[in-house]
Design a protein around this ligand. Structure first.
Ligand SMILES: Nc1ncnc2c1ncn2[C@@H]1O[C@H](COP(=O)(O)OP(=O)(O)OP(=O)(O)O)[C@@H](O)[C@H]1O
Length: 338
């Protein structure tokens, strides 16, 4: 574990994603079908930064994060672009060198998958899951390993006695806290989490979010996480990337995304959040997210966009830098949050 000063000193870029395209390529009775779930995404993440990816269901959030984690299987394939990590001088080019991610996983990077509470083996005590997943990566003897695990649990506010329990004896919140403890016991520099709190009730959610933030601050690690829940982004993200139909449409510091969204889709996500003391019923956005096997031309949001003009139907707006972030919209900045 780093000291607070050492954790705060970690700076620089740890992840560079460039022009990443990952498509589900399927063949139905001789007919090729391609779902463009990740379509030309470029982003970078600094050390010590928490980056949230937001967007509605089927926008490609999980596909993006899986591709970044190097955890993809056919029919999902990377068709272009790169994902590169710099773990304090250990460089990993995820799609450049086959198998490069294997040595980095656990030691430098941990991936908390959607529904990962199930990673705890249901028929074995919790301690066996720690042994199965973490022991070989930590390079410690058994006599050193168990005190380290207990110390880690205590630091995260968990009673080490839970190691003796079976998963079914624990609540969902406790299982998720243990999953986070398991994913972080090797003190990774980079944590990737897919919907880490979705299955939990609101109070337990707050608790688990606090735990993730605490782990991140103690270790000076970076986090990229996905959730459709904007309140979770508000709670822990330093920066947010908004994904629509496989593309990054806006990115910026959380405070700006919430206070001054530039893209009409971001404005819609913010406007649809319930507000204390405001009884007004929130308007749902008309239409559905597009079929990514046959997305609309040019700006993919134009069929649902209240500000769309002819140009949006013919020319794809590039993601350009604006003030504190980046936005892809011909009418950026003209939006209002109701
Ligand atoms: N195994 C698969 N085969 C084919 N298409 C898939 C597969 N998994 C996902 N897709 C498609 O890829 C697109 C992006 O899905 P993805 O799960 O990445 O979105 P998401 O934003 O994470 O959604 P959710 O919030 O519902 O998890 C969707 O159109 C989805 O139907």
């Amino acid at each position: 574990m780093l000291t607070t000063a050492e954790a705060e000193q970690r700076t620089g870029t740890v992840l560079e994603v460039k022009n990443l395209k990952a498509y589900y390529q399927m063949n139905y009775f001789g007919v090729q079908r391609e779902v463009r779930a990740v379509d030309d995404i470029t982003l970078s993440i600094k050390r010590n930064e928490v980056y949230g990816i937001a967007g509605e269901s089927s926008s490609g959030k999980s596909s993006l994060i899986k591709t970044i984690a190097g955890a993809i299987n056919p029919p999902l394939r990377v068709v272009d672009g790169s994902v590169k990590f710099d773990f304090d001088g250990n460089f990993v080019d995820v799609y450049g060198e086959p198998g490069s991610m294997n040595s980095a996983r656990w030691r430098h990077l941990s991936y908390i998958m959607q529904g990962s509470m199930n990673v705890l083996n249901p028929v074995r005590r919790v301690k066996r899951s720690f042994e199965d997943f973490a022991f070989e990566h930590m390079g410690l003897s058994k006599a050193e390993f168990w005190p380290r695990v207990r110390q880690h649990l205590e630091k995260l506010g968990l009673n080490p006695n839970v190691l003796e329990a079976y998963p079914h004896q624990l609540s969902g919140g406790m299982r998720q806290r243990l999953t986070i403890a398991l994913a972080t016991v090797c003190e990774p520099e980079f944590i990737i989490a897919d919907e880490p709190t979705t299955a939990l009730d609101v109070l337990v959610q707050q608790d688990v979010l606090g735990l993730i933030k605490d782990v991140q601050e103690r270790m000076g690690s970076s986090i990229i996480f996905v959730t459709h829940d904007m309140t979770v982004h508000a709670a822990i993200a330093d920066r947010i990337g908004i994904v629509y139909a496989g593309r990054l449409v806006e990115e910026g510091p959380s405070i700006d995304i919430f206070r001054r969204p530039q893209h009409p889709y971001t404005a819609h996500l913010i406007s649809s959040l319930p507000r204390l003391g405001d009884p007004k019923r929130r308007q749902a956005l008309a239409g559905k997210p597009p079929n990514l096997a046959d997305p609309p031309p040019a700006c993919r949001f134009h069929p649902r966009c209240p500000l769309a003009i002819d140009k949006c139907k013919t020319d794809n707006p590039p993601l350009v830098a604006r003030e504190t972030g980046r936005v892809a919209c011909w009418r950026a900045g003209e939006v209002e949050v109701s």
